[in-house]
Design a protein around this ligand. Structure first.
Ligand code: CP
Ligand code: NVA
Length: 298
């Protein structure tokens, strides 16, 4: 695996390998392989971040490399320099790149023109690093994803939902997308995925029934701020509250990729009650991304 641009591009075998290695790296954190010794990795972010930025900066250092954080707005990119020209410059100076931006085509183009290992740190279409960390969390909490049913509630067409849909299609677990009509996965996208493992359900109570995992994400993804009022109104019935938790399996876990907006996609009570799992997810970003980098450069 040279790049990590999407879950779509990964095979089930590669996902398994990354998650298994992530668990090992987590256990032996003090003895990380120094696969990035002498390397500089650029972190180019066009959107806000806490978890992704910190976990990559720490992870790259733990692997022996030097991260360089750059806000896209402060670069010539922000003044209109094309991504492919930025990529060709970076490709001659740094050894790898981690990019958070809007268009998926920008990270793909960056990877192509830079020629260096490139990681998608979130685009409008996918958030592969998040899902790898979440799979590690599910394996550690539930023993694995085989035979499990995951319910994603909220904006079923956002980047995190799309990466989940690819994960279910590749790994074969059951995924239910609980979302109102306006926020259900795009039909052309679902046609591209072509899977029997994903079901879309408009009724939130029916969506969570029989589920082992209830998962949510912000209702207003970065870049969608102009639609805030509409989204909050239409998505209100999909808030993870005590009623939805009780309608799932008895020992269901609740997951959130964070940042969380209490009182919107999740109640404060549910968030605090399930904080153990939710902050494991955040920590697992570090281990999963280190594992992905090791596989990319070894
Ligand atoms: N979940 C996640 O990617 O968080 P950040 O936006 O803080 O990086
Ligand atoms: N769907 C969210 C994920 C944040 C980590 C967004 O794109 O803003």
């Amino acid at each position: 695996m040279k790049n990590l641009l999407s879950i779509e591009e990964l095979t089930a075998k590669e996902i398994e390998k990354i998650v298994t290695l992530a668990a090992e790296l987590k256990k032996n954190r003090a003895k990380s392989p120094q696969v990035l010794a002498g390397q500089f990795w650029a972190l180019i972010f066009n959107k806000s971040s806490t978890r992704t930025r910190v976990s990559f900066e720490v992870g790259i250092r733990e692997l022996g490399g030097s991260p360089m954080f750059m806000s896209g707005a402060d670069m010539q990119l922000g003044r209109g320099e094309p991504a492919k020209d930025t990529a060709r410059v970076m490709g001659r100076m740094v050894h790898g790149a981690v990019i958070r931006t809007y268009a998926q085509t920008d990270v793909e183009e960056f990877a192509r023109f830079s020629g260096i290992p490139t990681i998608n740190a979130l685009t409008d279409e996918e958030h592969p690093c998040q899902i790898l960390a979440d799979l590690l969390t599910i394996r550690q909490r539930l023993g694995g994803w085989k035979g499990k049913r995951v319910c994603f509630l909220g904006d079923g067409d956002c980047n995190v939902a799309r990466s989940w849909i690819w994960a279910a299609a590749k790994l074969g677990f059951e995924l239910v997308i609980g979302a109102p009509k306006a926020f259900q996965p795009d039909a052309a996208f679902m046609k591209r995925v072509r899977t029997k493992h994903v079901r879309v359900e408009e009724n939130p109570l029916k969506a969570v029934a029989g589920c082992d995992v209830l998962y949510t994400d912000v209702w207003v993804s970065m870049g969608k701020e102009a639609e805030s009022a509409d989204r909050i109104k239409v998505l209100a019935p999909y808030q993870i509250d005590d009623v939805l938790v009780s309608a799932a399996k008895k020992k269901a876990i609740v997951m959130h990729c964070l940042p969380a907006y209490r009182g919107k996609e999740i109640t404060n009570d549910v968030m605090e009650e399930h904080a153990g799992v939710i902050f494991d997810q955040a920590e697992n970003r570090l281990h999963a991304q280190k594992a992905a980098i090791v596989r990319m450069v070894s």
